[in-house]
Design a binder for this molecule. Structure first.
Ligand code: MG
Length: 227
């Protein structure tokens, strides 16, 4: 592999589908919430839109299914209901291999940050406990820190600002096409982990430097990337 982590000083992780196996829950919650408002969101739609804000997701599906924009009231109602459904679901497990990746990245001296489009307060709280010693709230960019979500580069640019490093010194770990697009648009080398049902090609067109199929596979290979 020609890509190296040797000169990197910060690693920015997406959260859903990277640190937590939470996408199946998001998928069910979105599909049920949209159905209540007469719109149809398949798991494929959910994975394709992953990383976008709730606002942008509802707007995109509304335009597609109804040919009209969703009102601000509808968006609040749908996203509020979706978040409520998500909270009622069984707790998503930490992604196998994620803690090992954190441990190895920290041992190599990389600064660790989380950059997520999530506004799920419970998961934002929980990640600080599950990854204690590696992450604190001031090292996280969430839906509450930016106005424009992924695929805009804003969340990752904010992450670079917090890390205090230029884009060339950072690396991103992302599972979603829009997330990879956001990170690449911020000028950051991005490692894709395809942990969902999308074809590799859908992630590869966004130009990640590498693609793995699980966090465990990244954990098994990250050592060689420092060589
Ligand atoms: Mg994700």
């Amino acid at each position: 592999m020609s890509f190296s982590l040797k000169n990197k000083s910060a690693i920015l992780f997406d959260m859903d589908g990277v640190l937590y196996d939470s996408m199946p829950n998001h998928s069910k919650a979105w599909s049920q919430a949209m159905a209540r408002f007469g719109m149809h969101m398949t798991p494929h739609d959910v994975y394709l839109n992953e990383g976008a804000t709730g606002h942008d997701t509802v707007m995109r599906i509304s335009l597609r299914d109804r040919g009209i924009e969703a009102t601000a009231g509808e968006i609040d109602e749908i996203y509020g209901y979706k978040a409520q459904l998500f909270r009622s679901m069984p707790e998503a497990k930490v992604m196998p291999g994620a803690k090992e990746v954190f441990r190895k990245a920290a041992a190599a001296g990389l600064r660790i940050l989380i950059v997520t489009g999530s506004g799920q307060k419970n998961l934002i709280e929980r990640v600080q406990k599950d990854f204690e010693g590696y992450i604190t709230r001031d090292r996280m960019v969430t839906a509450f820190e930016v106005t424009r979500g992924k695929p805009y580069p804003d969340p990752y640019l904010k992450g670079l600002e917090i890390a205090g490093v230029p884009a060339t010194d950072a690396v991103v770990v992302e599972n979603a096409p829009l997330g990879i697009r956001a990170a690449v648009a911020a000028g950051i080398d991005t490692i894709a982990v395809n942990t969902g049902p999308l074809e590799d090609e859908i992630l590869m067109v966004e130009k990640p430097v590498l693609l793995f199929h699980s966090m465990q596979e990244l954990a098994d290979n990250i050592g060689s990337l420092f060589a």
